[in-house]
Design a protein around this ligand. Structure first.
Ligand code: ZN
Length: 585
């Protein structure tokens, strides 16, 4: 991190979280915390809380949480660096010396220079597009594709003339060096021949903007049948396609219900033109975690609408799990007849698209559909294979979800439901659910739906340690570090333990990456359970021991299912299980 710790301390101290948050929502006190309707996810009953003594916020609805810096990042959709800048300006603090570090300053200035070159290039391409002579082929192509003036302006579409050096000459006249233009990806350097020439020639240009409106790079499309159809700016000091989403800049200040994720420029633009204005493109078929996090800053729900062809479908399956892992609700839109989203809305319009959206598949249903595509379901053997494969998948889901998907498999194969359930059970996907075992030890809060009970316990334990030295001492005595499983929580515990009274939770959270900051801030959820900190800690330690015991029992039960087990080994495992169950009571 670029900021010195003492400076950041002062920044956090001067920007009291209550006063900063109060600039956005009205906070009302209840218990030890202040509450409001969450300004980040929009709701009617308050689940957004601020803890003045810990200087953290946490939303029970959308699970956002962290320090005042994270709050400003989420609220204003800023990077960490930008949020710190804004907070520093708010309290008239000078940015620290480290920012005056010469190397850093040089790098920053260079990036700024490349962004300026990109902006000037984008303007040049736009001018070429409207130029009566030069832009003629581009305008003809655009009108064939139905791109009207409004769309051209909104997306900044331009034209790179079919010459080797027109951009080169233009930008050189604006005093950019060849090196700068090569680094920005605007020129190509052929090292064998020692020549330098325009990267994009005779193509329609789509500038790629970040949410702050800076031009990061370009996509360039041929206007005929040549290959490759698209050329994109590669990795440069200012652009990495893994970190960006095309079209997101149009939604910076909007409250959105959901976003539609498509593959390419023309899908975003085609949908926009048809009235579906909330599409963004991954620009490259495999979604990345960074993109998923970016989406999460805007919406809770994402519709995936990739091409109907096989490549698009397979890319989709990979992307879905990434989105789900970031906590996004995912729905999948499938297009009939191998149409891509742009083609589809041209034929069926926004209404047609909205209908597809209503019928979008859940993640699991989509996976089963995708699986089915790999088999010829008219063939009996293939049908059987598919059913085996799909039942094993369903058996690995949460028990309450299973029936609905067995039904789906039944519909596709014609097998009776009972046979499919039996098949699923045989596949071994269902493990006895020990997390629902009765809880002993007087722990007060039960895990809510979808919440990991172990996480609840670990959070309570940590909050107890933060509140009361005596609780911490008890944890040390009982070697709590060995019992805490979540690595983020274990690291937090170690920090509390080693830093003692000097430990500041707000500062600690301030130095964590977003996701971990949210995880740590979630300990605020357990405020009530830690009313009596020492007792809570004792409860938690006991329960963690039970959880660990239950995990071990589950492992042994899985062991029991191994087909290669001899009778003797089986007895030994059974005995071990019995012992464990007794010990765990
Ligand atoms: Zn929220």
């Amino acid at each position: 991190m670029a900021f010195p710790s003492a400076w950041l301390d002062e920044l956090l101290h001067k920007n009291d979280i209550v006063s900063v948050v109060s600039e956005y929502v009205e906070l009302k006190p209840k218990g030890r915390k202040l509450w409001a309707c969450c300004p980040l996810h929009g709701e009617k009953t308050p689940s957004f809380s601020v803890s003045p003594d810990k200087q953290l916020f946490y939303c029970f609805g959308c699970h956002a949480g962290g320090t005042v810096i994270q709050f400003v990042m989420d609220m204003e959709r800023l990077t960490f660096y930008e949020a710190v800048q804004q907070l520093a300006a708010r309290v008239n603090m000078e940015l620290p010396n480290e920012i005056n570090d010469r190397e850093l300053q040089k790098q920053r200035a260079y990036k700024k220079r490349l962004l300026e070159a990109n902006r000037d290039a984008a303007r040049y391409y736009c001018r070429c597009f409207v130029d009566p002579e030069i832009g003629k082929p581009a305008r003809e192509y655009a009108s064939r594709r139905g791109l009207n003036t409004e769309i051209i302006t909104q997306f900044g579409i331009g034209y790179a003339p079919d010459t080797w050096d027109s951009l080169l000459k233009h930008l050189k006249s604006l005093n950019y060096t060849e090196k700068e233009l090569i680094d920005a990806g605007l020129l190509v350097h052929n090292s064998e021949r020692g020549t330098v020439y325009d990267a994009f020639r005779g193509r329609l240009i789509f500038p790629i903007l970040n949410v702050n409106g800076s031009v990061l790079g370009f996509g360039a499309r041929v206007m005929g049948d040549e290959k490759p159809k698209y050329i994109n700016t590669g990795d440069t000091p200012v652009y990495n396609k893994r970190n960006n989403l095309y079209g997101l800049n149009l939604h910076k200040n909007e409250k959105l219900d959901d976003l539609v994720m498509v593959e390419g420029y023309m899908d975003v633009i085609g949908l926009y033109k048809a009235g579906v204005k909330n599409a963004v493109a991954s620009l490259g078929t495999a979604l990345t975690q960074q993109q998923a996090r970016l989406l999460k800053r805007y919406v809770e729900k994402v519709y995936i609408a990739y091409d109907g062809d096989a490549a698009g479908q397979n890319a989709m399956v990979r992307g879905l799990d990434i989105l789900k892992a970031e906590g996004l609700e995912v729905r999948v839109i499938t297009f009939p007849d191998d149409l891509d989203p742009d083609e589809y809305v041209q034929i069926y319009g926004k209404d047609g698209f909205d209908r597809l959206k209503e019928n979008a598949l859940s993640l699991n249903a989509f996976k089963i559909e995708a699986m089915a595509r790999n088999y010829d379901l008219q063939d009996e053997n293939a049908r059987e294979q598919f059913a085996r494969h799909a039942c094993a998948f369903v058996a690995s889901l949460q028990p309450i979800e299973q029936e609905r998907y067995y039904r789906l498999i039944g519909k596709k194969t014609g097998y009776p439901l009972e046979a499919l359930i039996a098949q699923g059970q045989r596949s071994g996907g269902i493990a006895p659910d020990l997390s629902k075992a009765p809880i002993r030890g007087g722990f007060r809060r039960r895990a809510e739906d979808g919440e990991d009970s172990r996480d609840v316990i670990e959070r309570t334990l940590l909050l107890a340690c933060l509140k009361d030295r005596e609780a911490l001492r008890l944890c040390e005595e009982k070697h709590a570090a060995e019992r805490i499983k979540n690595p983020t929580y274990r690291a937090l515990y170690e920090a509390i333990r080693t830093q003692g009274t000097a430990f500041s939770i707000a500062k600690y959270v301030g130095e964590l990456p977003d996701k971990e900051a949210e995880t740590v801030s979630a300990i605020l959820r357990e405020e009530e359970a830690t009313e009596n900190a020492v007792r809570a800690a004792a409860d938690c330690l006991k329960r963690l021991e039970q959880e660990n015991g239950a995990d071990e029992i589950a492992r042994l039960q899985a062991e029991l299912k191994r087909p290669d087990l001899t009778a003797e080994e089986r007895n030994a495992v059974l005995k071990e299980i019995t012992n464990r169950i007794r010990a765990n009571k």
